[in-house]
Ligand binder design. Structure first.
Ligand code: ADP
Ligand code: 5GP
Length: 198
């Protein structure tokens, strides 16, 4: 029986990575899909831990190979979800969570209608800007690119299944976990049958 595919999106700096690391520490049956990107590493980021850092040529070759579940050009770089690893894990019955932008989420929903889309929303634009600036990992040009997309990204919330406002971190983490728990026991997904004695 296939595992469930979760997608987490939200504007840069809203707290996706922070929430994912908390939730993943608790849910050992949930795997994070490491994306590929052509953007250079930022801060303490490590190849194969945070992203697969690829050259543009390598990324384009992967597109040609049909190696991505979805991919998009964002802030001047390419980002994509490696396909085989995600499909293998789902087939084994594991849940997978992706951190992708609004374009990637739309592609996933089109090709995998059962995917569960969660949008992380900031408590205010001012707080979002503050987080982006306080993170201190982005240069001025990349902060400006991210700020320019905020309105467009927030407007996409209507295409998602769930929205979680990341005001207090512990509450937002709990809400994301609640969504995962609830979707797991939706009768129509059939996943609940795993809970029965053999
Ligand atoms: P994203 O992955 O969405 O780009 P991050 O997880 O890197 O965002 O978070 C951006 C910054 O905001 C980080 O410095 C993080 O510690 C901080 N942050 C995340 N969630 C909260 C929160 N609920 N309250 C205050 N600061 C937060
Ligand atoms: P960042 O450069 O801040 O790590 O990420 C920038 C944007 O790229 C974020 O909106 C993030 O969700 C998105 N992103 C990260 N990985 C992927 C991916 O594999 N596919 C798509 N479509 N977006 C991604």
């Amino acid at each position: 029986m296939d595992g469930l595919l979760y997608v987490l999106s939200g504007p840069s700096g809203v707290g996706k990575n922070t929430i994912l690391s908390e939730v993943l520490a608790k849910r050992k049956d949930l795997t994070y899909s490491i994306s590929a990107t052509t953007r250079p590493p930022r801060g303490q980021e490590i190849d194969v831990v945070n992203y697969y850092f690829l050259s543009k040529e390598q990324f384009l070759a992967e597109i040609e190979n049909d190696g991505f579940l979805e991919w998009a050009e964002i802030y001047g770089y390419y980002y994509g979800t490696p396909k085989q690893m995600v499909l293998d894990r789902l087939q084994k019955g594991e849940h997978v969570i992706l951190d992708v932008d609004i374009q990637g989420a739309a592609q996933i929903k089109k090709n995998y209608p059962n995917a569960i889309l969660i949008f992380l929303y900031p408590p205010s634009i001012e707080e979002l800007k503050r987080r982006l600036l306080e993170r201190k990992t982005d240069d001025q040009a990349s902060i400006e690119k991210r700020l320019a997309y905020i309105d467009q990204e927030l407007a996409a919330v209507s295409r998602y299944d769930y929205v979680v406002v990341n005001d207090r971190l512990d509450e937002a983490c709990q809400r994301v976990e609640s969504i995962i728990n609830a979707e797991e026991v939706r009768v129509t997904r059939g996943y609940w049958k795993r809970l029965l004695c053999p």
